[in-house]
Design a protein around this ligand. Sequence first.
Ligand code: FES
Ligand code: FE2
Length: 337
Amino acid sequence: MSDRATFLDRGYDKLPIPFGWFAVALSVDLAIGEIKTLQYFNTEFVIWRGEDGQVNAVDPFCPHLGAHLGVNSEVIGNDLQCAFHHWRFNGAGGVTDIPYAKMVPPVLKRGCLPTWPVAEADGVIFVWYHPHKAAPKWEVARLPDCPEGDWVLAETHDWVIDIHCQEITENGQDYAHFRAVHGVPYAPSGEFKVEGWVRRNTVVAEMPTPRGPMTGTIDVTATGPGQSITEFIDVTHVVQSQQVTPINSSTTHLRWQMYHIPGLSDGKMRVTAARMRDLVKQVNQDIPIWNAKRFNEQPMLVRGDGPMMAYRRQYARYYDFTADTDDGGAASSAAGR
Ligand code: FES
Ligand SMILES: [Fe+2]
């Protein structure tokens, strides 16, 4: 988190926390039998991995006498056992055992502990957040097929940033900052498309290589507000899987997993490593600006700024907590400039 205190209103209270699938942990950080209390979405919840390998997520307070299920609790088989009186809960929030009672009342068996939908994909654990606990409206996206063999996970990174998550993913639409902040020689031109809950950006950009800049394509597929998968294709082929997760309206946890194709020659490996270093350098260039900027609801945009308002129009759907829509609305597209 930034250590820069400010007395200024940065406007993030105007932006609610969007609904969607959000990364809450890496799979390797939750072994079988492990329990974690997580703080995201301005609240807290408890996850555990049962013997069957499944991850479960529940509200933190035991419905019996209110113990916190992340404190001194234990995983027994697939269930979570509360520390206070040893009631056991399954992943559906039902009570499976009360050690001092002859039977578990059916109403408790059916479920009395609110749960969170969980998905695990490509080494990341996601939960579905919706302020009214509406059911998931789409599925978690997975990595694209690797052209040869399996993707090689090369690096993982994460940052906690003082900004609303909407602003982090808006960065990709902000074409003009690429030259100013990242020193990309020409502002990239791109295509921006919305298909339901998915947003696609295809950008043709100059990318630095050891043999000088070359033209490559950057393909971004953002599924919901929490997940973007970007393919960089030029002399090398890198996939960057990114997740943004709101801790609250003004703080976001950003995670990256970076993959490359297998069997790279030493030369291509050097180019690949340089590309990954460059991406990390770029986000480190963005972060000081993100940590201190304000949200301008009506920015003063000019020609060349990129499709930011089209992005915001699609993004507004993730704040529509009452609508009964589950298809993300009609497809639309906007020119890149
Ligand atoms: S408070 Fe959890 S079992 Fe009693
Ligand atoms: Fe950037």
